[in-house]
Design a protein around this ligand. Structure first.
Ligand code: AMP
Length: 470
């Protein structure tokens, strides 16, 4: 099956080809023709299946055939988080480059005044999180009676976040004869009820989960205290045979601070995050690819799709808030048949995030017992040398025996960027990772769609004329 067989316009096909995609994914092949035929649709698919393009592509053609400039939004896409909303906006920008469609992004963290101005000009596509949309609606700033196309994306996550009543409310504000597309990774009863109530004669398309667990990636959870995270991370870097590593943080401020801290300690570390312009990001990536730096501290959105060969390690300095991000993050290693190792630092407040990751992946990530990691080469050395007791102060291969529990950053040291110089012996006996049972899942609190991050972590789509609060 080719994209050209799906009934999309030539302009759209050109944009798809320029994005580097040859063949539609199963959800795209299944959904695009039905959406173009104006049918309601239920897509049971999760992130990673190409589901975003499965609604963005036909929407662009549908909207292009209607009025070009409307005074009310002509279509509405509901997303549970602002990160997802911004990603959808980026997709519109990427695939819609040969169309003149206007968009507005209504998410928390963006000044409302600017959003209202954008709305007043009229938009073809409104991409919103439910909380912010309801807020503007209640202030009388938005009319949804011209919205003939509605997309409810990640419905099960909306349910987890307590957004279903808002969504029901929003559905009643749109024309009854609209086209509705609903996407969800799973179909729990409340989502099924929502679909029964607001979709008419939908076509259901279900696709398999994307790539199951990559056996080439060894995953570990490392228990640590909030205040000891940097120490734990450095100890891991020292104990592991790190060739090239990506370290993920949830906030861009953490990315900046951690990269600087690692540099102070002599690591060849760089950073990539949403505050950097595209050319700085590319320059930093080039340094990483060339080996000038071997550690890249990154935010999720900035690192999405990053394909660097030979990344030996991924460290999640922060446990990701969204389980999909975990899958994306660790997928930066273990590529093309190579082996990779992924470590996630987990503090007591990350229990729920870890639980969600394990639920999504269906895999209980082994935990390092005492929080002290051990490198593969250390392990084989120990095994070969089993009868010779170690002196605790011995430092292998020029390492100087760093203790994982050190608390300050007062003693920066030089470290070989390729991981072959200063190495540290693990301070305690080997700890075989022991599987940990995930904590019982707590009901998710009603959450603001902004999430706990007060610093937007992703790129700002270029078409947006809106500014940020901070
Ligand atoms: P999504 O499930 O929408 O989050 O998409 C997951 C990833 O697949 C994104 O990085 C997309 O850019 C990528 N993608 C979307 N469509 C295709 C396609 N037809 N072929 C290859 N990759 C794709």
């Amino acid at each position: 099956m080719k994209f050209a067989d799906l009934g999309l316009s030539d302009e759209l096909l050109r944009a798809v080809t320029e994005s580097g995609y040859d063949e539609p994914t199963p959800i795209q092949a299944g959904a695009i023709p039905s959406v173009l035929m104006m049918r309601d649709m239920i897509g049971i698919a999760q992130t990673g299946t190409g589901k975003t393009a499965s609604f963005v592509l036909p929407m662009i053609d549908i909207l292009a055939h209607g009025r070009t400039r409307a005074l009310m939004p002509r279509s509405l896409i509901l997303e549970p988080t602002r990160e997802l909303a911004a990603q959808v906006a980026e997709n519109f920008e990427k695939y819609g480059k040969y169309h003149k469609l206007s968009m507005a992004l209504l998410i928390g963290g963006v000044q409302m005044g600017d959003q209202i101005k954008a709305l007043e000009k009229g938009v073809d596509v409104l991409i919103a999180t439910p909380g912010r949309l309801m807020d503007l609606f209640e202030r009388g700033k938005i009319l949804l009676t011209g919205c003939n196309l509605l997309v409810i994306d990640e419905a099960d996550r909306m349910l987890d976040m307590g957004f279903i009543p808002d969504i029901e409310n929003i559905c009643t504000k749109l024309p009854a004869n609209r086209q509705t597309l609903l996407f969800s990774a799973t179909m729990p009863a409340p989502i099924k009820r929502l679909a029964d109530k607001f979709l008419s004669n939908p076509k259901t398309i279900e696709v398999a989960r994307p790539a199951s667990r990559n056996e080439n990636i060894e995953q570990f959870v490392v228990k640590t205290a909030e205040r000891g995270k940097r120490d734990t991370l450095r100890s891991l870097i020292e104990a592991e045979d790190v060739g090239t590593a990506i370290i993920f943080c949830n906030r861009k401020t953490t990315v900046r601070e951690l990269a600087k801290s690692l540099q102070r300690y002599g690591y060849k570390a760089g950073e990539i995050h949403g505050d950097m312009d595209q050319s700085s990001r590319i320059a930093e990536l080039d340094r990483f690819k060339a080996g000038t730096i071997n550690i890249l501290v990154a935010s999720d959105v900035a690192a999405r799709g990053l394909d660097v060969k030979g990344v030996s390690h991924v460290f999640n300095f922060d446990a990701p808030w969204h389980p999909d991000d975990y899958v994306h993050r660790i997928g930066r290693t273990g590529r093309a048949g190579a082996k990779g190792r992924a470590f996630t630092l987990v503090t007591p407040s990350d229990d729920e995030a870890l639980d969600n990751i394990q639920k999504l992946t269906g895999y209980t990530i082994p935990v390092y017992g005492g929080g002290t990691p051990e490198s593969r080469s250390d392990r084989s050395e120990r095994d070969a040398d089993a009868r010779e007791p170690r002196s605790s102060g011995r430092s292998g291969r020029g390492g100087r025996g760093r203790n994982v529990t050190e608390k300050t950053e007062k003693e920066p040291k030089r470290s070989d960027a390729r991981g072959s110089g200063s190495r540290t012996e693990p301070k305690s006996a080997a700890t075989t990772p022991t599987p940990k049972k995930p904590a019982a899942r707590k009901p998710a609190p009603q959450q603001d769609e902004d999430g706990p991050d007060d610093g937007w972590n992703g790129p700002m789509p270029g078409f947006l004329s809106v500014g940020f609060d901070s």
